[in-house]
Design a protein around this ligand. Sequence first.
Ligand SMILES: NC(=O)c1ccc[n+]([C@@H]2O[C@H](COP(=O)([O-])OP(=O)(O)OC[C@H]3O[C@@H](n4cnc5c(N)ncnc54)[C@H](OP(=O)(O)O)[C@@H]3O)[C@@H](O)[C@H]2O)c1
Length: 323
Amino acid sequence: MRAIYADKPSSVDPLSALCIGEQPEPADSDTDRVTVTVQAAALNHHDLWTLRGAGMSVDRYPVILGSEASGIAEDGAEVVAGAMIVEPRWSHDPVRDPARTLLGENLPGTFAERVSVPRHALAPKPAWLSHEEAACLSGTWLTAYRMLFTKSGLRPGETMLVQGAGGGVSTALIRLGRAAGFRVWVTGRDASKRAKAEAIGAHATFAVGRPLPEPVDAVMESVGRATWSHSLRSLRPGGTIVVTGATPGADANAHLNRVFWSELRIIGSTSGTLEEFRRLCHFMHHHNLRPDIAEVLPFTDARQGFERLLASDVFGKTVFTWQ
Ligand SMILES: NC(=O)c1ccc[n+]([C@@H]2O[C@H](COP(=O)([O-])OP(=O)(O)OC[C@H]3O[C@@H](n4cnc5c(N)ncnc54)[C@H](OP(=O)(O)O)[C@@H]3O)[C@@H](O)[C@H]2O)c1
């Protein structure tokens, strides 16, 4: 079958590892696994990390990329695949499962005509969303949902700062935060993305690093080194920073004096549970929220999408389809 895969990793030139070609079909389905015919799959930074070899041993390559998708199961059901995958019998918080993984990590990913998914990790596709929209939910929007509603402790009327204007996670945070009744402030590197952030729900936007008019209750941090010190400086005493990513790098100055003096709370957040996914879908339906899609590309033009993601030349999600 046709697939997009990483041949062997390259930390210096990740796109040199990107291949579009034939890969083996998934193993036959059984009681535990379902083969899903992929209709649409969304591109994530995780795919760039895999091209770079981050967190993967070289002997695991080639790896079919893609960690979230919407498709059709063998029984004809429309399904969404890609939340964090845990052992079927694991009953605790998924992030504590030592065997937890993602599609496109320890399992072949969603950038293929077909993908095998553990049965317990599939969710029904929301009928009111297209496959392209639904493909953005199980990784990106679920991550944003958990950051805001499970981890941040924000209450309606409080102020949240989103670092980064046009990212997949950022745009989801803006729309979810606005719908939840938070005051949504956003930083962004360029004026056109800041204007778009305001158009989708931000109450105010600021150039990256600029002092804010007043301290915020919580910061949603998916950027990392480039915005970390501004995030800490922007919080009120006792405020919370929820961290989910470190795109340009993680080795930020810890500013420990600020952390203890203002009793700041630094909370990590990763992906989400299927229960959070169900709640996310209800919330989106109730508030008529849809993911911002920068571009839908045929899988054959995937390199273009990777290049734009690498250059941060997107607002929202890039989605691939086989049609
Ligand atoms: N832990 C998890 O479960 C999880 C899930 C999803 C994503 N993530 C991670 O979260 C991060 C963001 O994911 P994403 O899908 O939103 O990626 P994305 O679509 O590429 O967005 C990247 C964001 O970072 C901002 N940014 C990048 N470099 C910057 C810099 N030097 N200075 C200021 N802002 C910068 C961009 O701002 P502008 O748009 O303003 O240019 C953009 O908003 C990635 O590292 C990803 O791996 C983690």
